[in-house]
Structures are given as C-alpha cells and as structure tokens.
Design a protein around this ligand. Structure first.
Ligand SMILES: Nc1nc2c(ncn2[C@@H]2O[C@H](COP(=O)(O)OP(=O)(O)O)[C@@H](O)[C@H]2O)c(=O)[nH]1
Ligand SMILES: [Mg+2]
Ligand SMILES: [Zn+2]
Length: 342
C-alpha cells in the first residue's frame, strides 16, 4: 500500500498523475465493468494484458512479487471488483478498456467455494461492513454474524450490526443477544424497513462512508437501502413462504451513491462465508473480547483454547466474561482454519 488511507485519496493522487482516465468500479456483470468518473459512467472491458498479467489469486494483487497461477484457476477469480479504482483507456466508441487496477486500501474477502478454494474479493476500498441480520424470517444466525464480524476484523474494517424486520418481533426477545454484541464494542442498530424504525440512525451511520452490506439473501438488505434512500428503486426479493428463505434474484454486486454522502454496496446475499487466509493462531485476536486474555494461557500463543489446561479464554467463558455462543463460533471457525491450512 502506498500510504493512502481512503479510496478518495487514492483516486485524487491518480488523477494528478494519470494520462488515462481513472474511476471507481461500481457495478460488474457479464465481463463488463461500470466505472464512475466524476459522475459519468463508462462501461469498460478488461485489456487482455490485464487478464494475463493480473490473473492470480487476488491476495497477491497488491504484493510486489505476485505469483501467477495456472490457467485453470483463471476462470474463477476476477482481478477487478466493485470499489476498485481503475485506469482505463478510451476505446473510441464511448467504452473503455481497463489497463490497471490500483492497490487496494482495504478489501472484504471470503473463500470462494469450488474444487480448489480461491480468494474472492467481495468489495474493495470500503470503510465499513454492515452486518445485516433479520429479527425473524429468516431467524437470526448468530454464527453467520460472527463470521462476518471476524472477516471484517481480519480485513481491519470496522463493522456494525444492523437488525432488520424489527416489526416482526418483540424487540425484548433479542435484547439479550444484542447487548452481548454491544458489550464487545459493536454498534447495533435495530431497524424496520416496514415501519421506518431505526432508519435515521442507520442513515447517519452510512453517511459519508463507503459501506458494504453483508447478510444472507432475504434478510432485507435491499429493502433497507430503499428505506434509507427512497427512489433508489432496487428490486426486493420475494421470500419463499414455505421455507422463509430468500430466493437469489440479484446476480451482481452494485454500489449506490447516497444523497447524504458516501455509498453502499448491496450484495445478493452471502449464505456461505468461508474465512480466507486467517491463521488458526491469529483467530482469537479477531474476537475483540478475547484479546485481553490472549497470552495468559499456560501454553501462551500455542494455546488453541479448546482442550488445553489452564486456558484463560476458557476460564473467561466459565466466568461469563465471554459468551458461550461466541466461544462456540470461535471453536467452529478454528476447526475450519485448521482444515484449510493445507
Ligand atoms: N415485515 C418486514 N418485512 C421486510 C422488511 N424488510 C424486508 N422485508 C421483506 O423481506 C423480503 C426480502 O427483502 P429484501 O430486501 O429483498 O432482502 P435481501 O435479499 O436481503 O435484499 C421481502 O419480502 C421484503 O418485503 C421489514 O422491515 N419488515
Ligand atoms: Mg437484495
Ligand atoms: Zn487458551
């Protein structure tokens, strides 16, 4: 990274030096990338040079010595993602060809499913992750929430918790669960797109920042954005009456500018979210409430906080300082990190 802290700084620096045009990728579909340049949208393709040179596990995209992977893996990984700042040349017919992707200031990543796991950069250069969980329909999955929170911590991105569909439940029913997340230090916002509850608070949290909504399909992410900014006109999913699960209707990611400043990336839903590149040893540090205890175990940094004796984390769970649910999320993720270590 070249010492820039925000996407805006990166873009401003590029504008001053570049001979090509630069802008932010706000939408991609079917091999095309929509790039916003000072409010003008240019549809771009990728130069074949970029395809050849830049296609490797995206984890390496900003490293000094990227390792190119074999061609088989190329088809899955996309070197350009939403939020990327790119340089492109004018092709002459009003479209552009992307020739360079600038180093990312931040990235939210997950392991993409497949025979060979690959890093999938969901969105680049965001300021915060908004983890969206429905109060009901579908029922909250705290374990999935913990995954998003840990992924945000692993990317050094601030995260907040947004509960949707608060109209479907007596808020008192969730109060205990939510207080735990607040005690850890996460901002929790209770909302309902149906009644408008919490929408001003959420709008304030989004204003002036680049945010990505993380949540599974059907939790109400798109409805939330429509409530924050009436007129966005985003398509809302039908939730299947039988299963209460959302159907995947949106197939692409898109970033929307907000009239209060900032922008939001709506995702089509992330039911599965495998951590990527998180080492089992560092996992504990991605649970903020565990940090104070790390190093106090008998086996120090070698402690896996599971069956080891004299474990400070387990003692904290027993003392009620760390909730059993978060601890179980930790154990589950830890087992996954060990399995995927190779
Ligand atoms: N009762 C209630 N239903 C909601 C609310 N927000 C969204 N829904 C419904 O939940 C379903 C999924 O919403 P959608 O915004 O498409 O979810 P997404 O898949 O996360 O984008 C739709 O049928 C919405 O009408 C809410 O605040 N209250
Ligand atoms: Mg949606
Ligand atoms: Zn321990």
């Amino acid at each position: 990274m070249r010492g820039f802290e925000t996407a805006a700084q990166l873009l401003a620096a590029r504008r001053m030096t570049g001979t090509t045009s630069s802008g932010t990728v706000f939408k991609k579909a079917l091999g095309h990338y929509w790039v916003n340049v000072d409010g003008t949208n240019v549809v771009c393709s990728l130069s074949s040079r970029l395809r050849k040179v830049l296609i490797y596990p995206v984890a390496d995209a900003s490293s000094l010595h990227p390792r190119v992977q074999d061609v088989e893996e190329i088809r899955v990984a996309d070197p350009v993602t939403i939020g990327d700042i790119v340089s492109f040349v004018d092709v002459g017919d009003g479209t552009g060809m992307i020739v360079e992707v600038l180093d990312r200031v931040s990235a939210l990543v997950r392991g993409a499913a497949g025979p060979k796991p690959l890093e999938q950069v969901i969105v680049a250069n965001v300021d915060q992750v908004v983890c969206v969980v429905a109060a009901a329909r579908p029922r909250p999955s705290w374990e999935l929430l913990d995954r998003y929170l840990v992924a945000a911590e692993a990317s050094s991105l601030p995260a907040l918790v947004c509960i949707t569909k608060a109209d479907l439940l007596d808020p008192a029913e969730l109060a205990g669960d939510l207080r735990h997340y607040e005690q850890i230090g996460y901002n929790v916002i209770l909302t309902s797109a149906a009644t408008g509850w919490g929408i001003p608070e959420l709008t304030q949290a989004l204003a002036g920042r680049v945010s990505v909504l993380a949540g599974k399909s059907g939790v109400g992410k798109t409805s939330l954005l429509n409530a924050v900014q009436p007129g966005l006109g985003l398509r809302v999913n039908e939730v299947s009456g039988k299963t209460g699960k959302g159907k995947h209707t949106t197939t692409h990611l898109e970033m929307f500018g907000l009239s209060v400043g900032g922008s939001v990336v709506d995702t089509p839903g992330m039911r599965e979210f495998a951590l990527w590149n998180v080492r089992d040893r560092e996992l504990g540090s991605l649970f903020p409430e565990m940090r104070a205890y790390l190093g106090e175990c008998r086996f120090g940094a070698d402690c896996g906080h599971s069956s080891e004796p004299c474990c400070a984390i387990k003692a904290a769970v027993e003392a009620g300082e760390i909730t059993m649910r978060r601890y179980q999320s930790y154990l589950k993720l830890r087992a996954e990190c060990e399995r995927t270590r190779g």
